[in-house]
Write a protein that binds this ligand. Structure first.
Ligand code: BEZ
Ligand code: FE
Length: 299
């Protein structure tokens, strides 16, 4: 039988019929169905299809050890957030990954490309900022389970951009490596606190094909100000998340769709010299509270 528009899906899915791994077969069948449906809907000319292939090629060519343009593409398409949301529902034993149902645990959001394998280990109360140009702040919180049981010894890995919107790895001449990063261990009551500066909003990298796509579609590249967290403890489902700064620009239009209202916190000004002295901060400073709830892992 000749290949035809009407039979294209059947012809190609049949070619995968002997795939031994049932999950791989399911994925390939679905990919073919949706890709052919997309092509029948869009009806690209051959020149347009070649342009699309060139775009994907450019994305691959932009990737190296430090730059992952495919993840950025997934981020700006909302695909990273969709997978993240479904994974969180699955991990929490929610009704199903398909519903994206929220659990009592702290909401997760994208990891992003600026996490390093190991943040510098720091003591509770330390500052993660060693540059000193930004507005000082204190971030404090606790780690507990949904029933309020503290999780002593939880590990809290944090990283953030500076007051100009850059991560240390982006501007090694302006920030020492490890600036804006810290790995903390919660105390016996599951509490943590550290000093930092209020982060700024910033653009995702735009010097590649994803940036060109944003320009061509008149989308801005900005993310609202945030601090990244990974919180984990043995016997609990880890969470990768952010705290967003209330009032930041772009909270309503994050370029990677990662804002969840439950993660937005006031970084309220504090004009209390005693509190400032207790934490080694100048007066005034800003203070945010972020209590993290981890789901116990199902055994
Ligand atoms: C970030 O928050 O670090 C980030 C997330 C997605 C794309 C680019 C940056
Ligand atoms: Fe970030």
């Amino acid at each position: 039988m000749d290949f035809s528009e009407d039979d294209s899906v059947d012809a190609v899915t049949a070619s995968f019929a002997d795939t031994p791994d049932p999950r791989l077969r399911e994925v390939m069948d679905s990919l073919v169905r949706h890709l052919h449906g997309f092509l029948r809907e869009v009806r690209p000319s051959l020149a347009e299809w070649e342009r699309g292939i060139e775009f994907l090629t450019a994305i691959g060519q932009k990737c190296d050890e430090h730059r992952q343009e495919f993840i950025l593409f997934s981020d700006v398409l909302g695909a990273s957030m969709l997978v993240e949301t479904m994974e969180a529902a699955r991990q929490s034993g929610g009704a199903s990954g398909a519903t994206g149902e929220e659990s009592d645990a702290t909401a997760s959001t994208v990891l992003g490309p600026f996490h390093v394998v190991r943040s510098p280990e720091r003591a509770l109360g330390d500052s993660i900022d060693s540059v000193g140009t930004g507005e000082p702040c204190l971030i404090e919180g606790s780690v507990s389970t949904p029933d309020g049981t503290p999780v002593p010894g939880a590990r809290i890995d944090v990283w953030q951009a500076d007051d100009h919107g850059f991560y240390d790895v982006q501007v090694p001449d302006a920030q020492p490596l490890g600036n804006g990063r810290g790995l903390f261990t919660a105390d016996d009551e599951g509490r943590f606190w550290f000093r930092s500066i209020v982060p700024a909003h910033y653009p995702i990298p735009t010097d590649g094909p994803v940036g060109a796509l944003l320009t061509a579609t008149k989308r801005h590249p900005y993310r609202p100000a945030h601090v990244h967290f990974i919180v984990e403890a043995p016997g609990h489902v880890p969470v990768t998340t952010h705290v967003f700064v209330a009032g930041s620009a772009y909270l309503d239009s994050d370029a990677v769709f990662a804002v969840k209202q439950s993660l937005v916190r006031d970084f309220a000004p504090v004009d209390d010299p005693d509190a400032a002295a207790r934490h080694g901060l100048p007066t005034p400073f800003r203070r945010a509270r972020f209590d993290v709830v981890l789901q116990p892992a199902s055994s």
